[in-house]
Write a protein that binds this ligand. Structure first.
Ligand code: MG
Length: 417
């Protein structure tokens, strides 16, 4: 059956929440940032402020210079998260398939709702009205048969239209999406669009119209042999192909994210045997954390070991300086804990946990440039795994005999675990 998927985005989300809380600023330019730090960053600006030249991620001081009567309001992340959850609840009155994508963007699968609530456009208008009445946030809604088309409908079309609704389907993808420059395609950052430019690829249609085999070959020539999976990802994206389902969020229930295995005895004897598996557990925990929109500050490791006569087990935790869901940060803590407490006998069980969870929106307040880039890179890999299965991209260490990624993916059907 043909699916009907929406990506609903809140316009100037933090700034809109603040404007709703401060009716006295209704006709004033409003931005969210730290008013006491001129070198701090503008996190959001309302449409009036944007019309006066204020942009997201510029310095507070620069924004005030452009727009002297700018009202700068200190961010209240806990409130924004609460409003985001309230919006999820409104969406859930239309469908139980709601997947938060970021604090102000959520996917909805309304395939089964159309018989109850009207056409997709009618549902989108009802959503706009209800969300606006209860939160003051104006929603832009992209509609399509896949998540990727819904997302591109929002970013490239719905956001630019007064009514804030746009449908991208197989009927208009060629006329509407394909003429756009390639950097407007989802997940194409500046480095990649540079590659495409030098390959003579200027528009999204330039990718979509190529035969997949030829596109793979041309990307290989430019980026090396390992680029096949990327080629397939971009080619599918250009054509709007994306089988990944809308997965209902777990935001309200999750307290701990964990992953563990019972192990075949006498196979995991040295750290060289154990590490490939440990890395796979870390990758999976981090991927789930990113999926649910959580970072964790407390890392736990549990293990059981036996030499046949004696046995020993331990469970230990450590706190990090700041919450994370990045593999190298979680992984180094896991390895350190493990080496401190492991007695050196063959392992029969290993599990790791991430707790002390907080929403991943708040890290943006720091805006550590390098970290932001690492997070974007990790999320790109997640998107590829969502579409092609968990083994679409693996670490070289998963090729070792004590690793389990392939076996594991086969057991659980591979995709979308
Ligand atoms: Mg937004």
């Amino acid at each position: 059956m043909r699916r009907v998927i929406m990506l609903a985005d809140g316009q100037s989300f933090y700034a809109s929440v603040e404007k709703a809380a401060h009716p006295e600023y209704r006709d004033k330019p409003v931005a969210v940032g730290d008013p006491a730090r001129k070198s701090g960053i503008i996190l959001a600006a309302c449409p009036i402020a944007k019309a006066r030249g204020v942009t997201t991620a510029e310095r507070v001081g620069e924004a005030q210079a452009k727009c002297p009567d700018l009202v700068v309001i200190r961010p209240r992340m806990a409130t924004y998260i609460a409003v985001s959850l309230l919006i999820t609840e409104i969406y859930e009155s239309f469908t139980d398939q709601v997947e938060p994508y970021s604090i102000d963007e959520q996917f909805l699968d309304v395939t089964g709702s159309i018989a109850l609530f009207g056409t997709a456009e009618e549902i989108a208008r009802q959503i706009q009205t209800r969300v606006h009445l209860s939160t003051g946030v104006w929603s832009r809604v992209g509609i399509g048969p896949t998540k990727i088309l819904a997302k591109m409908a929002t970013d490239n079309f719905a956001k630019k239209r007064l009514e804030g609704i746009y449908t991208l389907s197989n009927d208009n993808i060629e006329s509407d999406l394909w003429p756009l420059p390639v950097y407007r395609m989802f997940m194409v950052a500046s480095r990649m669009s540079g590659h495409f430019m030098r390959m003579g690829i200027r528009t999204i249609g330039d990718i979509a119209r190529l035969d997949l085999g030829e596109f793979k070959q041309r990307l290989r020539y430019r980026m090396g042999r390992q680029s096949d999976i990327q080629a397939e990802y971009y080619w599918q994206t250009a054509r709007g192909i994306d089988p990944s389902p809308v997965v209902a969020g777990m935001r309200s229930q999750v307290k701990v994210i964990n992953n563990g295995r019972a192990l075949k005895w006498n196979l995991y004897k040295t750290i060289e045997d154990i590490e490939p598996l440990m890395i796979e557990l870390v990758i999976e925990v981090c991927r789930r954390a990113r999926k649910y929109g959580y970072m964790g500050r407390v890392i736990g490791v549990g293990a059981a070991e036996t030499d046949g006569s004696r046995s020993f087990h331990f469970g230990r935790q450590m706190s990090l300086m700041r919450p994370t869901y990045l593999e190298h940060e979680v992984g180094s803590a896991v390895k350190k804990l493990f080496l401190e407490h492991w007695q050196g006998m063959p392992l029969t069980q290993l599990h790791i946990t991430l707790t002390g969870l907080s929403g991943d929106e708040t890290y943006q307040l720091d805006l550590f440039e390098d970290r932001e880039k690492l997070i974007r890179c990790a999320k790109t890999i997640d998107a590829i795994k969502d579409r092609f299965g968990l083994t679409a991209m693996i670490r070289a260490s998963s090729l070792q005999k004590t690793a389990q990624a392939f076996e594991r993916a086969a057991q659980i059907g591979g995709h979308w675990a």
